[in-house]
Design a protein around this ligand. Structure first.
Ligand SMILES: Cc1cc2nc3c(=O)[nH]c(=O)nc-3n(C[C@H](O)[C@H](O)[C@H](O)COP(=O)(O)OP(=O)(O)OC[C@H]3O[C@@H](n4cnc5c(N)ncnc54)[C@H](O)[C@@H]3O)c2cc1C
Length: 461
């Protein structure tokens, strides 16, 4: 049996290892003390909570299918039904159903929500009468959508959703890479509103059986652990790959450091399942082109502030699943998730507690997540107070920082990824996967991991 080293034990690398089970002798190298990367379930105030991703995208099947395949089918669960809510203009305002990344298919449904002032609403609704030549090149989300719907619609409807998923900015993020359905319509030409309405009608009414995201009872951190186990791979945690060397016969040597010293391993193939900047460091000596492309993918840093309140003493128990905050309102918090309201497994596990998490830090605000824990916790409490009422004192709190945690798919991302992949394809026995390429969500990461595994197998490993 041939050998493969997977560098990076996040969900992408573990999905690759799982795909290779039975077909190769696999070793996974992971820097941290445990596997999972951004899928991490920790304990705050004695309660298991997700500190990174809290859900699995379910509109595409890869993550939930993998969870079921590794024995977590019974643990998959839906969030409580609640509209996406935006905290803007001093109030929590639900986004009417039937929007695509914030863009309403029925602008009339926005009337009375206070999300947009009347003139901005009229501007948005007028989109269907504006001529639209087919879009021929990638541009920023804001550049295209502000031209179609007006700047206020971008600021108050689209920007909060992009902040929630990418911690990114509409002025920088690529329309093609972050809103592919909208980009495809734009490339066809013609107004978006009628096309979105047709798309929505064709998809049929939303049903609970088609929740956009699903959770894992006990925390999403269970998924990487289960995948690691089911893969049968040798998992070396606390092991950081420092260099890659090409050997005769298209084999690879990986040098790594561990707590106990150094480690050198050889294999027929290597899968790099790393953030772009880490993959760039390892690939530099072998492919300057791949290194340049990878280094050009910027990252946003964020922090997740988890707060646990006692239900008995909390002066407030907010309704809904949480809220998103547009940057235009000048708040520090960009999203709040009322975990105890959203996930029944958490309510069952900790019935006396109310757990929520707030995230701070968008692209370009690196200083914000780096502030001291106490400062972040006080800021979140103060803003929560303004949004939903005085929250009282938490009984436990944790700040989890994700330094350079979310890749930014800026304008031209697809071309950049194509160039990186073409350059990497010239290195026999090497494949790339991870959140930097074709999607940041867990499902997309699983897909890239499995594809990377098939690639090294097809190329002879
Ligand atoms: C706060 C936050 C919330 C999120 N929420 C959601 C959500 O709710 N739903 C969703 O679908 N997605 C969410 N995402 C996105 C998603 O979680 C990530 O994009 C995805 O988990 C990335 O997986 P990965 O394996 O590609 O990368 P990572 O998880 O970053 O894994 C890479 C691994 O490589 C290791 N590593 C790095 N360098 C080396 C080296 N030299 N040697 C060995 N190991 C190394 C790292 O320690 C890490 O474990 C969220 C992301 C963040 C940051």
């Amino acid at each position: 049996m041939r050998s493969v080293i997977v560098v990076g034990g996040g969900i992408s690398g573990l999905a690759a290892a799982w795909e290779l089970r039975g077909a190769a002798d696999v070793t996974v190298l992971e820097s941290h003390t445990g596997v999972g990367g951004k899928l991490r379930t920790g304990t705050v105030g004695g309660i298991a909570v997700d500190e990174g991703a809290e859900s699995l995208m379910a509109l595409r099947p890869e993550a939930v299918e993998l969870a079921a395949a590794v024995g977590l089918g019974d643990a998959l669960c839906d969030p409580a039904e609640a509209p996406v809510t935006v905290w803007t203009g001093g109030a929590l305002r639900p986004l009417p159903d039937g929007h695509v990344m914030g863009i309403p298919t029925d602008p009339a449904a926005l009337a009375g929500t206070g999300l947009l002032p009347p003139r901005a609403l009229a501007r948005l609704a007028a989109e269907e009468h504006l001529p639209a030549a087919p879009l021929t090149r990638d541009c920023s989300v804001a550049a295209y959508l502000a031209g179609r719907f007006g700047r206020q619609a971008v600021d108050r409807l689209v920007e909060p959703l992009l902040g929630g998923v990418y911690a990114g900015r509409a002025d920088l993020l690529s329309l093609r890479a972050t809103m592919p359905r909208i980009a495809a319509l734009a490339e066809r030409g013609g107004p978006l509103l009628p096309a979105l309405r047709r798309m929505r009608a064709a998809a049929g009414p939303p049903s609970p059986a088609r929740a956009a995201v699903r959770g894992v009872a006990g925390g999403t951190g269970r998924l990487p652990r289960a995948v690691a186990e089911a893969s049968g791979a040798r998992i070396l945690t606390g092991t950081t790959a420092r260099s890659l060397e090409r050997l005769p016969g298209d084999r690879w040597r990986v040098r790594a450091v561990t707590d106990d010293g150094t480690l050198t391993m050889e294999a027929d193939a290597v899968v790099l399942a790393l953030p772009a900047f880490a993959a760039a460091g390892l690939l530099g000596p072998h492919s300057p082109l791949a290194e340049a492309g990878l280094s050009a993918i910027p990252y946003a840093s964020t922090a997740v502030v988890t707060l646990v309140f006692s239900r008995a003493r909390a002066p407030f128990l907010p309704e809904g699943n949480g809220f998103l905050v547009p940057p235009v309102d000048g708040r520090t918090v960009k999203a709040v998730s009322f975990l105890s309201a959203k996930w029944s497994w958490l309510r069952a596990a900790a019935p006396d507690a109310f757990v929520l998490r707030a995230s701070v830090g968008r692209f370009g605000e690196d200083d914000l997540p780096a502030r001291p824990d106490r400062h972040l916790i006080r800021t979140v409490l103060a803003e929560l107070g303004r949004a939903v009422g005085p929250p009282g004192e938490p009984v436990a709190a944790r700040v989890t920082r994700w330094d350079r945690g979310l890749p930014q798919y800026t304008v031209g991302h697809h071309d950049r990824v194509r160039d990186i992949r073409e350059a990497a394809a010239k290195l026999p026995g090497l494949a790339l996967c991870g959140a930097a390429y074709e999607g940041v969500g867990v499902a997309a990461c699983v897909a890239t991991g499995r594809a990377a595994a098939r690639e090294v197998l097809a190329r002879g490993a």
